[in-house]
Design a protein around this ligand. Structure first.
Ligand code: SF4
Length: 183
């Protein structure tokens, strides 16, 4: 099964999805606990008046893909997944995750034209277009994730990334200069 968390982890480091496939779980960090304390509904309620319906934490499943955005905003003839994040600036892993949710919705026959991310500390709303190019990208991404789950890739990461990784103690990467190597 590939979930939104799998996608987010892959974007951070492909080796994480291999470790998860082997049964390891992420160490809980202070940042994660801080994120859980945010009142997401309150933070994005300014958006809600513009939509016909707000769907809270739906779970979408298509084949072995599962996604659960924080909210889905329903306009007249399309739906927009929205995730609320604690940080200040947009991150690639969050973008991949929300596009993955858009893809599952699309495969289920739900019309999606864009996806959104809201950063609470930065008070920043990011709109991402979802169309044919994004759909093809997500299909490639899913293929890469499946390869990583099967352990077919080697990873080299920057020191800061590994030392902030919740899987560091299971991964035990080899340090060479300013880089870490998984094999
Ligand atoms: S410790 Fe480094 S190489 Fe290992 S999973 Fe984390 S980021 Fe990837």
């Amino acid at each position: 099964m590939i979930t939104g968390i799998t996608v987010k982890h892959y974007a951070y480091c492909p080796h994480i999805v291999r470790l998860e496939a082997l049964g390891f779980s992420e160490r809980i960090s202070e940042a994660m606990l801080e994120g859980q304390q945010i009142d997401k509904e309150k933070e994005v309620s300014f958006l809600f008046t513009k939509y016909k319906e707000i769907i809270r934490k739906p779970v979408y499943r298509w084949k072995d893909l599962v996604g659960s955005p924080d909210f889905v905003l329903h306009a007249y003839n399309y739906y927009t997944p929205l995730d609320v994040k604690a940080g200040r600036v947009p991150r690639l892993d969050h973008k991949y995750q929300i596009l993955f949710y858009s893809y599952i919705m699309d495969r289920l026959g739900i019309t999606v034209k864009e996806a959104m991310l809201y950063y609470v500390y930065g008070k920043k709303l990011i709109r991402l277009q979802y169309g044919e190019a994004e759909k093809k990208f997500v299909e490639k991404l899913i293929g890469w994730i499946r390869e990583a789950m099967n352990g077919e890739i080697k990873v080299v990461q920057k020191r800061e990334k590994c030392e902030n990784c919740g899987f560091f103690s299971y991964c035990k990467p080899r340090k060479v200069g300013k880089l870490y190597y998984t094999l």
